[in-house]
Every structure is written in C-alpha cells, then in structure tokens.
Design a protein around this ligand. Structure first.
Ligand code: ATP
Length: 369
C-alpha cells in the first residue's frame, strides 16, 4: 500500500518552523503534488517522508506503518532529486543497478530489472555510457530508472525537472505522468512550478510559510481558491484581487463601479472585502466608457483606462487602471480587437466569476446561491 499520511506533522530548525502542523493523506497510486513558493516547506515535508529529516512533532505513515523511527533504507521509497545524483565514474547500467547491488539482488534478476527500466525510459542503447556522455534529459531518465528498479511503494520527487530546458521539461512532464500510470505507484512530487502541478497532479497541496493552504484536484483549486494566497498564486497571469464593498446582497462596489454577485454572503463581518476576478473573466464591453449614448450614466461594470498592452502572440494581456488606482489585468485572445493605451474602457464580469475573500483573514467567503 503506497499511502502516505502526515498527521499533525511539524518540523522546526531552531526558531524556523519549516512545516507547521501538516495533516494530509496521499492515497495509494495517486500522483500528489506539493506546490508552493521557495521556502514554504515542501522539500522539508518530502525529506521527512524519505527519512532525511527527523520529524519534530506528529506522525508520518507509509502504508499502515508509522515511519518516524524507521531508517531511510527500510522505508520502501525511492527518491529522485533535482541534481539527479548519479555516480560520474559508473556507466548508466551501473548507476541504475546500484540500489540492487547494495541489496545483493542476484545478477540475473538485476539484469532483468535494469533492462526493463531502461526499456521503459528509452535508455536501452545508452547503458554503456557514462553520465558525462548524456544530455540533461537522459541523465534525468537514468535517475528515474534507478528509482524504478527498486520497485518502491512510493516515489518521492523533488523538483526533478528543474534542470531541463523548457521544451524538454514539457515533454518529460508528459512522459513522467505516463510512467506513473504504467507503474501505478504513488508519487509525491515537489515543485514551485504551478504548470507542472496543474498538469501532472491528481491532487495538489499548496503550502505557504510551512502551512497547508488547500488540497484538491487542480481544476477545483483553480476554480475555487480557498484563500487569497492560493487565488493569487495559481494562474498566469494571477487573479486580480482588489478592495471592494458589499453594497447590497447582489452588488459589489469598487470606486464608482459595480460588479454583480450571484449569491448572498452569509453573515459578513464587515462590508469591506477583497474581490477577485481572473484576467480571462474580465470582459471589455465598451472601448470608450463615456462615449456611448446613455453609457455614462451606467454604473454597471468597472471604468478604467488602458495603461499597457502586452502581446504574447496567442493572447494579449491588457492592463487597465481603475478610478480607484487599482490596476487590473485583462486576458484576451489575439483575435480580439486590440485596445490602445490611454483609451477608456468598461470591464464586466459574470456574477459567478467574482470571488470574495475576507479582508483580514484572506479566507474565501462562502455565498448562498
Ligand atoms: P525551495 O523550493 O527553495 O527548496 P521549499 O519550499 O522546499 O523551498 P524548504 O527547503 O522545505 O522549502 O525550507 C523551508 C524553511 O526551512 C525555509 O525557511 C528554510 O530556510 C528552512 N530550512 C530548511 N532546511 C533547513 C536547515 N537544514 N536548517 C535550517 N533551516 C532550514
């Protein structure tokens, strides 16, 4: 059983709380991603599973066994690092079979396992080379092959694709997911790259300052970020967040403009909230806010001025400064009419695309629809 459970796990380095009361269960056979910015504690969490760091408080289980006191070699895990950690003087074959040799696996079985792993990863023709004669992507695959031959219950991967260039990273991402499906082994995968997390994870856990922020399927996390940190962290460009006021159960005011809401906030502590709208959910409905007949009197939508237009080829990111001074980013397909810097615009969003967060705690405000 490749289940991994953290129960109230804390790790302190002196005064630094690297992991703060982490409770989460990784299911057997799941591709589980720990995601967060540098220093959030994700590597430390993984290293505790591997047994490379001691747990200060709490319990880590692999399968049904608490492993806090189990030495790394007896944990039935295999770890793949960013640095690959290959032995430069050994051939690819020797590197891959290294963990089998230390376990004194008989030669015939060793050869079968090495050749099988090499075949899965397309390394069959490279077995006699040394790591220095391989590309970064090939070295990465040797490190994976070395993990595979151990046939562990759980793979632990710490930013394994970071040393690859963008193109190779994208293709290796796909290969790694396919490999995990083939092996049906649990993977706990650490990254700061949200694209990796979104595309590879069955579920992702987002961490910040040692604390777990949200766990869920990538799309659920994207659609309903549990707090302001997650809202601003997931998505490129990130969600626009700005101060707003609840003026009626179904209306939000931002300066002189308004946005509709599709539900009533249960018991708001204050009418002052943080609103969030993703750049792709902002729609430009008028190219010149004041010029359309009757339009100037409308308060519906947000009125602002275009300050910057960035073209990325397939889409454009247009910055609009509102009368409140807040800058919002609007994401448009390249086929949309390009806006010009200095133009007045009116932005609208659908009610269900407007997110609300508590101003003080940053926690998502539930709405009764
Ligand atoms: P990165 O992506 O940069 O590796 P991370 O999210 O993996 O970051 P960790 O490496 O887990 O973060 O570190 C979490 C916190 O613990 C950081 O503040 C870090 O400085 C601290 N830390 C990690 N290892 C040690 C150590 N051996 N001694 C002291 N502090 C440490």
């Amino acid at each position: 059983m490749g289940r991994v459970a953290f129960t109230h796990v804390t790790k302190r380095f002196g005064d630094v709380v690297a992991v703060d009361d982490l409770t989460v269960v990784v299911n057997d056979g799941e591709f589980f991603v720990l995601l967060g910015p540098s220093g959030c504690g994700k590597s430390t969490a993984l290293r505790m599973v591997a047994g490379l760091e001691e747990v200060t408080e709490g319990v880590i289980e692999i399968g049904d066994r608490a492993v806090n006191r189990v030495p790394p070699k007896d944990r039935d895990i295999a770890m793949v690092f960013q640095s690959y950690a290959l032995y430069p003087h050994m051939t690819v074959r020797r590197n891959i079979e290294f963990p089998l040799r230390t376990r004194e696996v008989p030669r015939a079985e060793r050869n079968t396992l090495v050749e099988h792993a090499a075949e899965i990863l397309g390394l069959d023709t490279l077995l006699d080379r040394k790591p220095s004669q391989l590309s970064g992507g090939q070295r990465q695959r040797v490190a994976l092959a070395r993990a595979i031959v151990r046939q562990p219950e759980v793979f632990l991967m710490d930013e394994p694709l970071s040393n690859l260039d963008a193109k190779l990273r994208a293709s290796t991402r796909v290969e790694l997911v396919a490999l995990q499906r083939t092996l049906a082994t649990t993977v706990v995968y650490v990254t700061h790259d949200q694209v990796e997390a979104m595309t590879m994870g069955d579920r992702i856990a987002i961490m910040f300052e040692g604390a777990l922020q949200q766990v869920g399927a990538p799309q659920d996390v994207y659609d309903k970020p549990a707090n302001r940190f997650v809202a601003e962290f997931i998505g490129t460009p990130p969600m626009n967040t700005f101060a707003a006021r609840l003026v009626s159960p179904d209306t939000l005011a931002i300066g002189a403009g308004t946005l509709p809401l599709d539900g009533v906030v249960a018991d708001p502590a204050t009418s002052e909230v943080i609103a969030g709208v993703r750049p792709e959910h902002l729609v430009v409905t008028s190219n010149d806010a004041g010029s359309e007949p009757g339009d100037a009197a409308t308060t519906d939508g947000l009125v602002g001025t275009v300050t910057l237009v960035e073209s990325l080829g397939h889409e454009r990111h247009t910055r609009v400064r509102l009368d409140t001074g807040t800058e919002l980013v609007v994401r448009q397909p390249a086929s949309a009419v390009a806006l010009v810097v200095g133009r007045g615009v009116r932005l609208r969003a659908k009610a269900h695309d407007v997110h609300l967060y508590d101003q003080a705690s940053g926690i998502r405000l539930a709405r009764d629809v």
